[in-house]
Design a protein around this ligand. Structure first.
Ligand SMILES: N[C@@H](CCC(=O)N[C@@H](CS)C(=O)NCC(=O)O)C(=O)O
Length: 210
């Protein structure tokens, strides 16, 4: 049985959501963050040496890393649904946004964690500019197409949503200047599978869609 180990308020919400969108059977195990450190609890760390969320188990397989898990589930249980075929005109768009999420968007937001907004050092300005550039790129993309890979909802949307939503619990971001992102978040919030995933995974948290 595919088991999704979900750490509350974390990137593993992506995997719960993916399973709900695909409509595949899975077991959901919930873990709370340590109330003081906000890190995963020892039971979560014991699953794999990396110890970060998400992690899935599937028989003898223990797999961390959002992107690897998503490809695994889509390939093994989803018959390729929610991915884009190499023959499709938007294949490169799909690949770019799927990998941009954790390759650039997440690291650039994480670079701001714990940094005071008033810090005007060259490195702080560099980090802020780099983070800002990712928001600008996302805003531009969502003005060109309703979904990251183009006209249809794909796994690129699932992996991209976390930095636009729940990540703002860790690094605040005012979305007032981004009408396309706000319209996109409203659209995503209307998806029954997303709502189900958030209710199952983080019942105490309202999805951060505004
Ligand atoms: N690139 C990794 C990042 C994983 C990651 O940093 N997860 C955070 C949650 S958002 C985590 O596990 N934090 C708690 C901890 O490190 O104990 C992925 O996408 O799986």
């Amino acid at each position: 049985m595919l088991t999704v180990h979900h750490l509350g308020v974390s990137q593993s919400e992506r995997i719960v959501w993916l399973c709900e969108e695909l409509g595949i059977p899975y077991e959901l195990k919930l873990y709370d963050r340590d109330p003081v450190t906000r890190l995963g609890p020892p039971e979560y760390k014991a699953l794999h040496p990396l110890g970060t969320a998400p992690i899935i188990t599937d028989g003898a397989v223990v797999l961390p890393e959002s992107g690897a898990i998503m490809e695994y589930i889509i390939g093994k249980y989803g018959a390729g649904r929610l991915a884009v075929e190499p023959e499709a005109a938007n294949y490169a768009d799909y690949l770019f946004w799927f990998h941009f999420a954790n390759g650039s968007m997440m690291p650039r937001q994480m670079g701001l964690m714990g940094r005071s907004p008033g810090d005007d050092s060259p490195i702080a300005r560099f980090m802020r500019d780099r983070a800002e550039a990712t928001w600008e790129l996302v805003e531009k993309r969502l003005g060109e197409a309703p979904y990251f890979a183009g006209d249809a909802f794909t796994a690129a949307d699932i992996i991209m949503l976390f930095p636009l939503t729940t990540m703002r619990a860790f690094v605040q971001k005012d979305l007032a200047a981004y009408p396309n992102i706000r319209a996109y978040l409203k659209r995503i919030g209307e998806r029954p599978a997303y709502r189900r995933a958030m209710e199952k995974g983080d019942p105490k948290m309202a999805p951060m869609l505004t």
